[in-house]
Design a protein around this ligand. Structure first.
Ligand SMILES: C[S@@+](CC[C@H](N)C(=O)[O-])C[C@H]1O[C@@H](n2cnc3c(N)ncnc32)[C@H](O)[C@@H]1O
Length: 345
């Protein structure tokens, strides 16, 4: 079935789809490579075209945060365009060309995150070390996919954290994780030590670590879901944006896919620019940006903190128990729980 034909979906399926009207309405919003030549200031938009070709047509030094989520070294089709697995050295050479092409767009204070799996991580560390200061590797649990018969099931991905200099933004308080406290300590007077006693349970806001087990890969009942084969969760991108930028900063994603980075940047009051080779994905990104004009919630981020997976009912109790305003309650009613109360994967 072509991506332009409508799929049959179950009633509760909330996958974002494009209609023909959407395509006609949104197409004029896309920038082409040739239109970039006429711009003096960085556009806040989606560019349809090859990212490396676009890079040489963009102004220098405007990016505060670059998120690189390139095709991994797997044979995979992106709406009919095939990326073919190649030897590790070849992938590293390709990635080096990509990173080098974008280097002049970055401010001296910029942060760069590069996504990969266990195999591409081998190339990412070497390539990024040549261009940036590599500061950390975040590993996130990717609870999806089939098991292997003669190998360990691949259940994790990496995000490499790099900066252009020692002068960079890191808002640690903006990315705390609210965790349930299992064995709460108390002061001598009985009051909670470093944790909060709430109607929905006991919680502590913990420092963000480089091991993330709270990310759900978008699935059919999540309002952010699309048919893009490797869509990242808004929650995951929100952590990167909140930690490494301030309001009004410029976020750049040259492998935009379904638009997650631009959408999250918009929801969090940052400027954004994305580039994507495939027109259908560009239009999906624009549709999501359009939807974000009236709905700026990010699933799993509420009350100024990130929440562990499978805590939806606790979040709801906590929020209503605290008498939060209706807008925030709406945010929680947005997510769908599985039959056993868990977020379905
Ligand atoms: C791993 S996906 C990114 C997914 C994205 N983070 C999201 O949340 O949807 C990589 C994307 O890069 C696009 N792409 C591949 N080569 C490209 C190129 N040379 N220029 C621009 N986009 C490219 C693919 O079409 C694909 O959508």
């Amino acid at each position: 079935m072509s991506s332009q034909e409508k799929k049959q979906r179950a009633g509760r399926n909330r996958t974002i789809e494009l209609t023909q009207d959407d395509r006609v309405r949104l197409r004029p919003r896309l920038l082409t490579l040739s239109s970039l030549n006429e711009l003096d200031t960085p556009p806040q938009s989606t560019v349809l075209g090859d990212a490396v070709q676009a890079a040489s047509r963009l102004p220098t030094g405007f990016v505060d945060l670059m998120i690189l989520d390139p095709p991994y070294n797997l044979t995979k089709s992106f709406n009919g365009r095939k990326f073919t697995k190649c030897p590790v050295d070849e992938y590293a050479t390709w990635l080096d060309g990509v990173v080098g092409a974008f280097r002049h767009l970055l401010k001296p204070t910029a942060t760069v995150y590069v996504c990969g799996d266990w195999l591409t991580s081998a190339s990412i560390f070497n390539v990024c070390s040549a261009h940036f200061i590599v500061r950390n590797r975040i590993t996130w649990e990717r609870e999806k996919g089939r098991g292997a018969q003669a190998n360990w099931k691949n259940c994790s991905e990496d995000i490499w954290f790099c900066t252009c200099s020692d002068n960079y933004t890191f808002n640690v308080d903006a990315v705390k994780l609210r965790r349930k406290v299992i064995a709460p300590y108390r002061h001598d007077d009985g009051s909670p030590k470093d944790w909060m006693q709430e109607s929905g349970g006991n919680f502590r806001d913990t420092h963000p670590s480089n091991l993330w087990t709270d990310i759900s890969v978008p699935f059919w009942s999540m309002p952010e879901n699309t048919d893009h084969p490797t869509q990242k969760a808004e929650k995951l991108i929100a952590k990167l944006v909140l930690a490494s930028t301030n309001l009004g900063d410029f976020v750049f994603d040259p492998f935009l896919g379904s638009g997650t980075t631009s959408v999250v940047a918009k929801k969090l009051g940052r400027r954004y620019l994305g580039i994507e080779l495939d027109e259908e994905f560009c239009l999906l990104a624009e549709r999501r940006l359009e939807l974000a004009e009236s709905r700026n919630e990010i699933q799993g981020f509420a009350d100024g903190v990130f929440w562990e997976r499978n805590t939806l009912s606790i979040q709801q109790r906590h929020v209503s128990g605290n008498g939060r305003p209706p807008a925030e309650r709406l945010l929680f009613s947005d997510a769908t729980e599985g039959a056993n109360g868990d977020d379905p994967e």
